[in-house]
Design a protein around this ligand. Structure first.
Ligand SMILES: C[S@@+](CC[C@H](N)C(=O)[O-])C[C@H]1O[C@@H](n2cnc3c(N)ncnc32)[C@H](O)[C@@H]1O
Length: 467
């Protein structure tokens, strides 16, 4: 089979290789210094390191349990299959609505038999049938939970922000506040919205792109967000540039001024560690090594198929380079190699735990109402919000099998930001490391998993335990 060839790659080969080459060191340092200042985590510095590319170093002493970093994502998305389980803000990923809405919506969608096809192609029906022992509730009970006419006992102790709909009217994206709705619109969503207010020139094509992503791999939605983010940033930079030139009574931006603006718009993405998706994706266990080349070609073809659908939906001639297969492959590879999970704990779990902890007489009364809902929800009553995101600072942290820090959500961390906490005292100037894998695994298994990230670990523990 002939692998896909993208004409844009040939047409803009020089500019594409500029977009994909690592930015110059002073620019990298300046970018991360600004980011550290913005995050108000002055105890950190991103520095190049001779062995592992760049890494994050401590500028102060941290004690065990100290917060090292709260990192705001550059881009993130909830898994398509997870959208049935929880309703979260499409920008900050906080749970929204109410405990009643969270429970009612999940039950409603399950009764409707909504089938979110996940990445591996298995449908939600399987998930439903595997969680046997669930009881069904009458439709009108579920409706009254969703519309707010039925209140659950003590739910006022778990208030959630009201649901703000998308300004473009797509009924796909919802928010915890007008601020998040506007930020998402400005940064990503205006081009990817399928509603009447969308800036996409072809929302039909956008729907086809989304369907393809939901049926194959929802990582494409994240890649589309990166492209949309860059186009929207480019347009803002261009508008500011035009305004400045008008003030100086000079001519409009010429073609040769356009690429530097695109390069500037791409800068936050250029800082991420990346390789092409089809080159770096781990070979699945059920694919024989002699079929590896064929497998990688299929992955490339799948990416090309997705890119063509996206191109139909949001193509911008001035940003044509972003629709190159090489760029698309590198964007997806960035998510593959950084493996940064987006997780937000469900308040529904806290709610049922609270009911369980009530004094016996109160608990008995409350459970008369709550138990049928808990039974209807079954074992997976409190699934967390799950997705993938790119956190610019966390993704500069190198791996160690004896890490001194860990990504860990505390009680108060209720949105999609990454939280890094010190696992032991960290001295000033020490490198801050996290573990990319379960570090309790034996040596060989650790090395096998780390091979998917493209390296063999030579941390002090591996040096001691290795051959
Ligand atoms: C999330 S990035 C970490 C930041 C990266 N060093 C950079 O320059 O952007 C992951 C990549 O860093 C490198 N890396 C991280 N930890 C490493 C380690 N312990 N030994 C060798 N390479 C490592 C690998 O190339 C890995 O794919």
């Amino acid at each position: 089979m002939e692998a896909s060839i993208c004409p844009i790659d040939a047409q803009f080969s020089g500019q594409i290789s500029t977009l994909l080459s690592p930015p110059p060191l002073p620019q990298v340092q300046e970018y991360f210094e600004a980011l550290v200042a913005e995050r108000q985590c002055s105890g950190l510095r991103v520095k190049p390191d001779s062995e592992h590319g760049k890494g994050v170093y401590s500028e102060v002493d941290f004690q065990e349990g100290d917060l090292v970093l709260k990192d705001q994502m550059l881009v993130g998305a909830q898994h398509s299959s997870n959208k049935i389980d929880c309703l979260v803000c499409s920008f900050c990923f906080r749970f929204i609505g109410s405990i009643e809405l969270q429970i009612g919506r999940k039950l409603y969608l399950e009764v409707l038999g909504v089938s979110a096809v996940d990445e591996c192609g298995s449908s939600n029906e399987m998930r439903c049938s595997s969680s046997s022992g669930k009881t069904r509730l009458p439709q009108d009970t579920i409706q009254s939970l969703m519309n707010g006419s039925l209140r659950l006992p003590c739910s006022e102790n778990f208030p959630l922000p009201s649901v703000v709909p998308c300004v473009g009217g797509c009924e796909e994206a919802y928010y915890c506040s007008k601020t998040c709705a506007e930020a998402d619109w400005d940064s990503f969503h205006s081009l990817l919205c399928t509603g009447h207010g969308s800036l996409s020139p072809n929302t039909e094509a956008l729907l086809k792109f989304m369907k393809h992503a939901n049926e194959t791999n929802d990582i494409f939605i994240l890649a589309a967000k990166v492209i949309s983010f860059t186009i929207l940033r480019y347009r803002k930079l261009k508008a500011a540039n035009v305004e400045q030139q008008e003030k100086r009574y000079t001519s409009k931006p010429c073609n040769s001024c356009i690429f530097p603006l695109l390069l500037e718009a791409w800068k936050p993405v250029s800082m991420g560690f990346k390789r092409r998706w089809w080159d770096c994706i781990a070979l699945p266990e059920d694919v024989d090594s002699c079929d590896e080349a064929e497998f990688r070609m299929q992955i490339k073809d799948l990416a090309f198929e997705s890119l063509q659908l996206l191109k139909e939906a949001i193509y911008d001639e001035e940003c044509a380079q972003l629709f190159s297969l090489d760029i698309y492959g590198h964007i997806i590879g960035m998510f593959e190699l950084n493996n940064l999970d987006l997780v937000v704990a469900s308040p529904v779990e806290d709610y049922f735990l609270y009911i369980d902890d009530l004094p016996p007489s109160q608990k008995k009364e409350a459970e008369k109402i709550t138990k049928p809902f808990l039974d209807a929800l079954g074992e997976d009553y409190s699934i967390s919000c799950q997705g993938t995101a790119f956190f610019p600072l966390q993704s500069c942290m190198n791996h160690s099998c004896i890490p001194n820090a860990k990504a860990f959500k505390r009680e108060e961390d209720r949105d999609g930001q990454a939280t890094i906490v010190a696992l032991r005292p960290i001295l000033k100037e020490e490198e801050i490391t996290i573990s990319y894998i379960d570090e309790d695994l034996p040596y060989e298994e650790r090395q096998e998993l780390l091979a998917d990230y493209g390296f063999r670990c030579k941390c002090p523990r591996c040096t001691e335990e290795g051959p």
